[in-house]
Every structure is written in C-alpha cells, then in structure tokens.
Design a protein. Structure first.
Length: 707
C-alpha cells in the first residue's frame, strides 16, 4: 500500500515539475518580450544610473590597477577578477537602495571613495614593494611616515591619480540627478526594500557563478593569502583586500585556535632534520671578535661597476677579492625590509607572513646569533644612528640577545652630518670607532652589528655624496656648434645613476671605517662581515638604460640592435642579489680567500657562521652552505624560490632556467612543496611562539627524567 502511494506521488511530482518548467519558460519568454517592447533595459539604466555608475567606476578602477601592476597576458585577459569585482560592487551597492533617494547619493559617493582608496593605495604600494598592500602594515605606518620622503619621491606616480576620476564621475552624476529633482523622488520603504533585495540577489548569483569557476588550487592559495599577486589576478583587488583584513586578524585568532596542528607539523618538520655536519670551517673563528655591517640597500650589481675607469665600490671590490665572497646571495625580505633581514640573518627564520616579526611578534622566543655568542661569554651589541624605536629595534634587539643597542641617543646628529634619512655613514662610523675602543677595553670578545643608513632610497641627496660622475667622458658625442667632445649623459639624472653615487659614498665611508679599525687595533683577532640588507628597489627602465646605452648616439638600444641585453622581470629578480662577505686582513691568499657561487639566502647565514663561530641552532630553516652546496634552495616570502638551476615564480607558475639542462615537473613540484612547508612552519613558529612552547616541554621532560 505504502509502495503504491509513493508511486502516485512520484508521478504527480514529474507532472508538476514539467508544468513548472513550462510555466517559467513562458514567463521568461514573456519577460524578454516585455523587455524588448517596453525598452526595460533603457528604463532600468535611466532609473538606476547612479548605482550603475558606482559599479562601473569600481570595476574600471580595479581593472586599471591590475593592468598597471601585473604585466602578463594571463592578467590582461583574466575574466574572473572582473566577475568577482562586479559581484562585490553589486552586493555593496544593493544596500544603497535601502536609503531614501536624497541620502543614496551620499552612500554611493562614500563607498566609491572607499573602493578608489583601495585601488590607489595598492597602486602606490605595488610600485614600492612589487606586491599588494596589507592592513597588517597599518601598525607600521609610523615607520612609513619616517621614510615618507622616500615613499613620495621614489614611488608616487601620475598614474596613481587616475583612480580619482572615478568618484568624481559618481559625484557629477549625483549632482546632475539632483538638479533633475531625483533626490526629491518619493520611494516608499517597501519599494526600496524590494529594489535592494533584487539587486542583492543579482550580486549573489554572480558571486555563486564566480565561486563555481574556482579551482582547488585557487581556493587553497586564497586561504593562505601570501601569494598576493596570484590572488588579485584571480579574485580581484576588493576580495583580496577583504580577505587580507580577515588574514591580518588571523595571527590573533590562530594563536588561540590552531596551536595543536601547528605544534604537530613543527615537531614533524624538525624530527627528521639532521644536525649540520662539521666541515673544514668548523670553529675556525671561535673566540674571535666579530664586526658585522648591515649595508643599507647595497646591491651586488654595484660591485665591479666602473664609470670613466673609476670603480663605484673600490672597498667592497677589495674585500670581496681578498676575503670569502658569497656572490650568489639573496636577502629574503618582506614588508619589514631592513628589520626582516635582521630577523632572518639572526634567527634563520623567514619574515612573518602578516605584519613583521620585529613589530607584531617582538614578544616571542627566538634562537638568535647574539644570544648564542652571549652564552659563550661575548659582549654583544648593535649600533645604528637612527631612532631606537624604528622597526621596534629597541625592544627586539634585546630579545635577540644584544647586551646593548647604541642608537641615535648615543650619537651626535646635527644638520651638518645628516644625509638623506639621518646621520651620514661617515659620521656614524667615526663616532662608532670611539664606542668600539671602549668596548675593546672591557676585555671580553665582542660581537657587534653596525647598521648603516645613508644609502637609503630615494638616493636624492646627491650633492652630499661627493663627486662621482656616472656619465661617459669620451663616448663619441660632440657639441653641434663647437665640434668639441662632450660627455654622454648615460646614467646622470637617473635614479640608478644617483644610486651609484650614493653607493660610492657608502663604500668610501666603509673604507675609512676599516682603516680606522686597523689603525686602532680593532681588527686584531677580529672577523669583519658585511651583508647588503636588500636591493635598492630601482626602476627596471634604468637598468635597461644601464645595459643598453649607446654612448655615441645617446640612445637606448632596442631588441633589433646588435649587443642588446634583455632585462626582463627575471633579470630584475636575479639582479636583486646582495653581497655577503667575510673578511680578515690576513685572509688574502689563504684557503678562506674564495668566491662561493652556490645560491645562498639570508637564512643560510646563521648555520654557516654558527659553524665557524662554534654554535648551532637546531631550529634553523637555512643550511650551512658548505654542507648543502649545490643542493641549496632559497625561498622568498612570496613563495618564489631560486636554486642553482632555476628561478621559479610561484605567482605566475613560470620559471627562468639558469642552466642549459631541462627541468622536470617533479623537480618543480618537490621544491614548491618544500617552499610551502618551510613558509608555513616558519610562520607557525612566530605566531604560536613554538620555540618557547617546545623549550617548556623539553624542560618538563628533563625534570621528569631527573625524578
Ligand atoms: C631605518 C633603516 C631603514 O632605521 O634601517 O629601514 P628600511 O626602510 O630599509 O626598512
Ligand atoms: Mn634597509
């Protein structure tokens, strides 16, 4: 009986369904006929012109942003971000209908300005960091403020103003409507609600269509958020920014909830990690004093460059040829630039994925080089002629194990000894020598970090750098009137040209400092180390000029010309190398006087130096370069990585082959997984304070064993 009943029901259902399909088909056809007959589209546009303008302006601005930032066909032809932007704008715009016509105008103007601000900020930010902005940077605005000149001079471009046109159009449309009496129009609440609901449904349908088109890879990367270009290219800038807000709150939420998982992965990661083997460099510098120079924006490519037979960096050239020179070395900075390098150099961890380790995670436990040496009886210190709170160094240097931070308060800084951001390198070094003499008198081995400042973007205090021409004196140009030879301008007046002048100054200051160290006996039993903290963030077009300048005609060669040097995005990335040098006055000609060409990252410094100075950090993410050699991989915070064989761009899923050999898919897959795991473990260590938790667990176990 029951069975029969079911059957009847089923029959009825099919009939019903057929009926409804037919009914809705007829309805749609009738609706479309009506649309055509009554000019409904035209009518809709007319009645909703303000809303439509709001949506269009938002889409045009976001598309413009993508076009100005990511120059790939994949991006130019991308449809998904447009769909995502439209759905977001329609959803946000739908709520405008809840307001009475006279207030609706204000709603759309406010949100139009809001969305435009997102585009503008990201446009400016991208020029500076080649990445998209994060609200986690808000806590760092005080530092951006201080390098404000650098940002405006170096970064602000005319195109960033184009976005403003959008809200102006929304305002103009609104004012026109006002003149036509639109704001006086009476719309009852019910009608307004209906309009808002229909529009909202429309936006949601588009959002669902967009979601259906997403692949699992896209969803995975969206959840992780660090591959910013990739996300903007697929999800559009608005969803990216919304996700960023959520992701920025995540450290706090995560540290409350995801701990167990993070701890488990952390333990697994380090369980199988072999301790670094000893090698011919083990303990070679044990007990020696160490002076480390943090060379602001010193890029490797400046070494060896000459203008009119004058070397840009005679000091660095000498140090690199007499000492141990790591010539394939990269910094691994994220938004925390200088501070990220200090963090990675000292801890062998990667920069934080949200915010910066120095500012957002200063209270976590880290195993750091100064602390290891302090434990070995060293006096450890850092010196920097800038404000101690910049990058939160005052707090973080103490955490890393520096006994003392000699900051701006301990230096004499006046107008006369200021260049660019602050105290000139020459004055900084001169005053540091006096401090170093006193430190030596303490009779303890010492380890000190000196952070330079002059060679900081925008490199515009040119007249203070001293004479150094970056033109070509006898390039073949002649004065049209007199026929006399005149210099070809070459890099004069360009940012890169000014950079070379600035580096030349920094190099000269360094030369004087080394001389003073030697004159004062401070290089006795001392190892001198120098790293460039990150590249100078110089324009690609200047490099194109640098490599392709034709002095005889004062023109730039193009692809068709003989001797043209291609300088594309990959060359740019590879060119961001910085120098890393270990030097002592007596190294020349010994087995330590060599160039290491294997690829190496800032996170490899701690294991490499630690081996030489007699300590090791079990939780280092990098490797002793003399153990890993040709097998090394340098992972960047955005997921890109480089090996001796290739540079991989994880945002685009493309690579640049550095060797003639073919590269297998497996190789890329394996390294991608490695990079992803490393980035996650590093961030978990920082966010969940795992080194502290692990130490507590170890101590507990140890005391139990003792019972
Ligand atoms: C500021 C200096 C510069 O004290 O270290 O920092 P940066 O702007 O390069 O991160
Ligand atoms: Mn820096």
């Amino acid at each position: 009986m029951l069975k029969k009943k079911k059957k009847i029901n089923k029959k009825l259902n099919v009939k019903e369904i057929k009926y409804y399909i037919k009914k809705s088909k007829d309805k749609t056809i009738n609706f479309l006929k009506r649309v055509k007959k009554d000019h409904l589209i035209r009518k809709y546009i007319k009645e909703n012109i303000l809303f439509i303008t709001f949506v269009l302006v938002g889409v045009i601005n976001s598309t413009m942003l993508r076009f100005f930032t990511m120059h790939t066909w994949e991006n130019y032809l991308a449809f998904k971000p447009i769909l995502a932007d439209i759905s977001i704008l329609i959803i946000v715009g739908s709520f405008g209908y809840l307001f009475k016509p006279k207030n609706r105008f204000i709603y759309y103007v406010v949100f139009s300005i809001f969305f435009t601000a997102i585009c503008m900020i990201n446009s400016i930010y991208y020029t500076f960091y080649t990445s998209f902005a994060s609200v986690s940077m808000l806590s760092l605005t005080q530092y951006i403020g201080e390098v404000g000149d650098a940002v405006t001079e170096n970064v602000f471009e005319m195109k960033d103003m184009l976005y403003v046109i959008g809200p102006i159009i929304v305002i103009l449309v609104g004012l026109r409507l006002k003149r036509k009496g639109y704001h006086k129009k009476i719309e009852i609440k019910k009608e307004r609600k209906k309009k808002a609901l229909y529009t909202l449904i429309c936006g949601c349908v588009l959002a669902v269509i967009f979601t259906i088109t997403l692949s699992s890879l896209e969803i995975g990367r969206f959840a992780k958020q660090w591959n910013r270009e990739y996300i903007v290219m697929r999800f559009g800038i608005y969803i990216y920014q919304f996700n960023d807000v959520v992701a920025s709150l995540q450290p706090k939420i995560n540290s409350m909830f995801g701990y167990d998982n993070a701890m488990k992965t952390f333990k697994e990661y380090f369980k199988d990690k072999e301790p670094e083997a000893t090698n011919e460099y083990t303990n070679i510098f044990e007990g020696k004093n160490v002076i480390v120079i943090h060379g602001e924006s010193i890029q490797k490519n400046a070494l060896g460059v000459k203008f009119n037979d004058q070397e840009v960096t005679p000091t660095l050239n000498r140090l690199s040829s007499e000492g141990m020179y790591f010539s394939n070395f990269y910094s691994q900075v994220s938004v925390g630039t200088s501070s990220d390098t200090e963090f990675t150099y000292n801890t062998s961890l990667m920069p934080a994925q949200n915010g910066t380790a120095f500012v957002s995670y200063f209270d976590r436990k880290y195993y750091a080089t100064p602390q290891f040496l302090k434990d070995k009886g060293y006096y450890t210190f850092s010196m920097h002629g800038n404000n101690a709170d910049f990058w939160n160094r005052r707090v973080m240097h103490e955490n890393l194990g520096y006994d003392k931070f000699y900051s701006k308060e301990t230096y004499k800084v006046s107008k006369d000894n200021t260049i660019g951001l602050g105290i000139s390198d020459k004055s900084f070094f001169e005053q540091s020598i006096e401090k170093l003499k006193k430190i030596k008198e303490k009779g303890k081995p010492f380890y000190g970090l000196l952070i330079t400042l002059t060679n900081h973007t925008p490199f515009s205090d040119v007249e203070k750098y001293g004479e150094f021409d970056v033109d070509i004196k006898n390039g073949g140009l002649t004065d049209e009137k007199t026929g006399e030879a005149i210099p070809s301008p070459y890099m004069e007046g360009t940012k890169l040209g000014n950079y070379f002048k600035s580096v030349h100054y920094a190099d000269e200051a360094l030369g004087e400092f080394i001389q003073a160290l030697q004159d004062n006996g401070l290089m006795d039993n001392t190892v001198f180390i120098l790293y460039g903290d990150h590249d100078g963030r110089l324009p690609k077009k200047d490099y194109n000029r640098f490599y392709n300048y034709d002095a005889a005609t004062d023109t730039i060669k193009t692809e068709e010309d003989e001797g043209y040097v291609l300088f594309d995005e990959y060359q740019y990335e590879l060119n961001r190398k910085v120098p890393f040098i270990i030097w002592t006055p007596d190294m020349k000609g010994t087995k330590l006087n060599k160039e290491i060409t294997d690829v190496m990252g800032m996170y490899d410094v701690m294991p490499t130096l630690g081996n030489m100075l007699g300590f090791s950090n079990k939780y280092a993410l990098g490797h002793d370069i003399f153990n890993i050699k040709d097998n090394n991989i340098v992972v960047f915070p955005n997921g890109n990585w480089v090996t001796n064989s290739l540079y991989y761009n994880s945002q685009k899923g493309e690579y640049f082959n550095l060797k003639e050999e073919a590269v297998s898919e497996d190789y890329i897959e394996k390294n991608n997984k490695y990079a992803e795991k490393l980035l996650n473990v590093s961030d978990d260590i920082i966010v969940f304070d795992l080194l502290k938790k692990q130490k507590e667990q170890d101590e507990k176990e140890f005391s139990k064993e003792g019972e």
